[in-house]
Design a protein. Structure first.
Length: 516
């Protein structure tokens, strides 16, 4: 069993990057075609509506994050009946939330002018209403299904979860394109998303019940369980509100004040930033059960903090090695990439990406700390700090987007990220959570110094090499990656990181030999 869990963790991490890579590859090939078929306004409308309905995801209230905490506790104590009653409570609570979410979506669908009084035309409002109804049904169904997803992740069955998501990413464009070509546009895209999500949830239910023996019981819950869940999750809910303000509110405000064209420009930039973020979360997401296990089993606080700091630094270093390559690569090649990939009219998307990507790197290489806070039940500090920053972001964005459009909205988010995640949260990690932030940044600084030769090479490429096609760009990206790889290998990576890299290469070569 232990060997199976280790394999699930390793393969899960690999599949997370396969999923991320697949998502990016599909986007690289599919997005330009989609943009040319939909047009800027239709694509902006799609992102406006999806951002609006996603605001309702705050009704999650953070319960899904609390599931692993309580599941791990009951599993450690071999209290299987309590796990079943936990499942029953989650199904019940999420079913109620799903109904509320659907009703809220229904209200929004028939009262769109409350949100978009200025930015949308009459024709856009009619399309938005249909899309809102489809997404409201999707959200209402998705909430109770969250229990099965949490149950699978608590079992660390990452191979299944990542596998079905990879399949969804691959299938989606092949279904969406025919509908768009037939003239269904953004409405067709929304319908496909709903259908594929339904199939994904069905697969999760079957797997959880048949393979992982998912069972649920109602009633006779542990005394104070719901109150404890609510208190723990309530603070996570604040984090969800913060994330929605930072990630979705910009599109909504741009749709209201500037129109769908500015939303499209911002959405292209935000999409690239989301893929960038996934390089980080692909690693950290598989360590949540391990963090909860350390907190629940290591009683000595000093030893617990030492183990968590080691994990914090270890994961952060790996994330930074990857993100520094992607971020610096975009700084060098990003303008030409946006021009070639998205086409005319999206030039400002490059600046949207930079103003969000550079500050966003700080929380991305520290995002495993979120799980540490939740495991220690100390996440209230992050919640209050980031809620304050999110409100500041909202106020700044209202003024900046009306004057500077998409770039102004991105600047508001970037400034809030620097203040909230870059300064305040590092103080919280050091003073409250017990993680040695000084040790973390000492490691990151050493890594950065080793990357300087690669950054200099990139600057010379950007300054003196003309790029007018994907082929030329691809060749120079390969050159930059080679220089970066050599630079970090000799100057940035420690023995453990080199061992991990060599182990991956050996496994790939071994599999190729076996196939041959």
């Amino acid at each position: 069993m232990r060997k199976l869990q280790v394999n699930q963790l390793k393969v899960g991490a690999v599949l997370s990057y396969v999923q991320t890579g697949t998502h990016i590859l599909v986007a690289l090939l599919y997005t330009p075609v989609m943009l040319s078929i939909l047009g800027q306004n239709e694509y902006g409308l799609y992102n406006t509506v999806s951002s609006t309905i996603s605001m309702l995801s705050i009704l999650n209230l953070g319960f899904s994050n609390a599931y692993i905490r309580y599941y791990t506790r009951y599993k450690t104590q071999n209290e299987h009946e309590k796990i079943q009653r936990l499942n029953g409570l989650y199904i019940l609570v999420y079913s109620v939330i799903g109904v509320i979410a659907f009703l809220c979506g229904l209200y929004l669908a028939f009262n769109l002018r409350l949100v978009f009084d200025e930015g949308l035309s009459e024709a856009e409002l009619e399309k938005a209403r249909i899309m809102m109804l489809i997404l409201a049904v999707n959200l209402g169904i998705s909430f109770p299904m969250t229990t099965f997803t949490a149950y699978i992740n608590a079992h660390e069955r990452f191979m299944f979860e990542r596998g079905v998501n990879i399949l969804k990413v691959i299938i989606s464009p092949f279904v969406q394109l025919p509908l768009m070509l037939l003239g269904y546009g953004a409405v067709g895209m929304t319908a496909v998303i709903f259908a594929l999500n339904l199939l994904l949830h069905l697969a999760e239910v079957i797997y959880a019940v048949k393979k992982l023996n998912f069972r649920m019981k109602f009633g006779k819950w542990e005394k104070g369980l719901f109150k404890s869940l609510f208190l723990f999750s309530g603070l996570i809910a604040i984090n969800l509100i913060v994330d929605q303000i930072n990630n979705s509110m910009d599109n909504i405000l741009l749709g209201r004040f500037c129109g769908t064209a500015e939303v499209a420009v911002y959405a292209v930039g935000a999409t690239i930033c989301n893929y960038y973020s996934s390089f980080s979360t692909a690693v950290s997401s598989v360590f949540a059960p391990r963090i909860h296990k350390i907190v629940n089993t290591v009683r000595d606080k000093l030893e617990q903090n030492r183990q968590l700091t080691r994990l914090f630094v270890k994961v952060g270093r790996i994330q930074y090695l990857i993100l520094a390559l992607v971020c610096s690569g975009f700084v060098i090649f990003g303008q030409e990439f946006v021009r070639l990939w998205a086409g005319e009219g999206y030039e400002a998307s490059y600046w949207v990406v930079l103003t969000r990507m550079l500050p966003g790197t700080i929380p991305l290489i520290q995002n495993i700390g979120i799980e540490v806070q939740q495991a220690k039940n100390l996440h209230r500090f992050r919640s209050y700090a980031l809620l304050t920053m999110a409100i500041g972001n909202l106020i700044m964005t209202i003024f900046l987007c009306r004057r500077y459009g998409a770039v102004g909205a991105a600047v508001g988010t970037g400034l809030a990220t620097i203040l909230g995640n870059g300064i305040v949260m590092n103080i919280v990690y050091q003073k409250v959570i017990g993680i040695s932030v000084f040790s973390f940044w000492k490691n990151i600084l050493r890594q950065t110094l080793g990357m300087l030769p690669a950054f200099l090479c990139g600057f010379l490429i950007e300054r003196f090499v003309p790029i007018h096609s994907f082929l030329t760009m691809g060749l120079w990206i390969v050159v930059y990656m080679a220089v970066y790889g050599a630079s970090v290998w000799f100057l940035s990576m420690n023995a453990e990181e080199k061992g991990i890299a060599l182990d991956v290469v050996r496994k790939v070569l071994r599999k190729r030999k076996q196939k041959a």
